[in-house]
Design a protein around this ligand. Structure first.
Ligand SMILES: Nc1ncnc2c1ncn2[C@@H]1O[C@H](COP(=O)(O)OP(=O)(O)OP(=O)(O)O)[C@@H](O)[C@H]1O
Length: 330
């Protein structure tokens, strides 16, 4: 288990402050937050690439404090966005490199490389150099190399960031499966909400150097803490305290999740805009003077038409006050 206590780092006007963070054995924790929220700084502190502020924190890995140890003695594997593979070495030698440096005995080393090729299903590519690999294959080599020396913790910084959107989505299943098979406690940084949800067992949401909420993807999405978290996680229908009151809810911010909105058998709503996104259709609706977004499998409703909308207000989720205003009125 990894347990961080009283971790603090100031960089110019930015401060990262993590009073307590625990990650379980074999757990994949996603670090999700906007640009500049401190995700990379947190990884760098754990890896020992950045010194923490004093008084020194405690960073316990299975009870051993990593804080005084240099990076190479922390038992941490890292994958950066650019993968940093050795271009002149084939896949097998890229994987063997660190093990040779660590003076692994040759038979044990070859066995470990074979295991890694099997784990990452890179056997057929073993004799190719990085230039002859696809983006996804390079990413797997980088991951295999980070796992080579049996690290206690794996740190992934935007591991799919070098790949384009469609390829990234295709690799979520593969990467998730690979991490599961590897069974190593992993922290994975991403600024992409679906990616964090797809890869992680739990997600820590960072804002301005603080972990504002940490939970399973489902609970985080269904019960964001405040309006900021709800908006960052992709929710569109946020009500201000005043709007909540007008709808008969308590006078605090609320989230109307998509499951609360049903087309058919309700009150009239005017379609302002319709977006067809392939698997989903999005409608921007005006209902009782509120702007609401509906999202579903299909709707043929066109801008200017009136549809019937049923809003289940009992599904509204109460939020703490946050900086994002509610949905537009009028
Ligand atoms: N060496 C440094 N000196 C001064 N400020 C720094 C330094 N490194 C990072 N920062 C600042 O610390 C803050 C957090 O940076 P960090 O890279 O951890 O954020 P991030 O969440 O990983 O962002 P991104 O998603 O853009 O990579 C930013 O405001 C950044 O400008």
């Amino acid at each position: 288990m990894l347990r961080l206590e009283h971790l603090r780092k100031t960089l110019a006007s930015f401060t990262l402050e993590v009073p307590l963070l625990e990650v379980g054995d074999g757990e994949i924790l996603g670090l999700l937050g906007p640009s500049g929220s401190g995700k990379t700084t947190l990884l760098r502190l754990i890896a020992g690439l950045e010194p923490p502020d004093s008084p020194p924190p405690r960073m316990l890995l299975d009870g051993v404090d990593l804080t005084p140890l240099p990076p190479e003695r922390r038992g941490i594997g890292m994958v950066f966005q650019d993968y940093a593979l050795f271009p002149h070495l084939n896949v097998r030698d890229n994987l063997a490199f660190g093990l040779r440096e660590a003076r692994w005995e040759p038979t044990r080393l070859q066995k470990r490389v074979d295991e890694l090729l099997e784990l990452t299903r890179l056997g057929p590519q073993a004799h190719k150099r990085p230039e002859a690999l696809s983006g996804g294959e390079r990413q797997r080599v980088a991951l295999a190399r980070a796992l080579a020396n049996l690290p206690g913790v794996l740190l992934l910084d935007e591991p799919l960031g070098a790949l384009d959107r469609e390829l990234r989505e295709g690799l979520w299943l593969e990467l998730r499966g690979l991490l599961r098979r590897a069974g190593v406690l992993t922290l994975v940084v991403t600024h992409d909400q679906p990616e964090a949800f797809a890869l992680a067992d739990r997600v820590a949401l960072l804002r301005a150097g603080r972990v504002v909420q940490i939970d399973t993807p489902e609970r985080l999405y269904n019960h964001p803490k405040d309006s900021w978290a709800a908006a960052f996680l992709g929710h569109k229908n946020l009500l201000s305290p005043e709007q909540s009151r007008l709808l008969g809810l308590s006078e605090r911010p609320h989230l109307l999740p998509n499951r609360a909105l049903h087309l058919g058998a309700g009150e009239p709503a005017t379609v302002r805009e319709r977006l067809f996104l392939g698997a989903r259709t999005v409608l921007s609706l005006e209902w009782r003077g509120f702007s609401l977004y509906w999202e579903g499998d299909e709707s043929q409703a066109q801008p200017g038409q009136t549809v019937s909308l049923r809003v289940e207000l009992q599904q509204a989720v109460a939020l703490e006050a946050g900086p994002i205003p509610g949905v537009g009125r009028g």
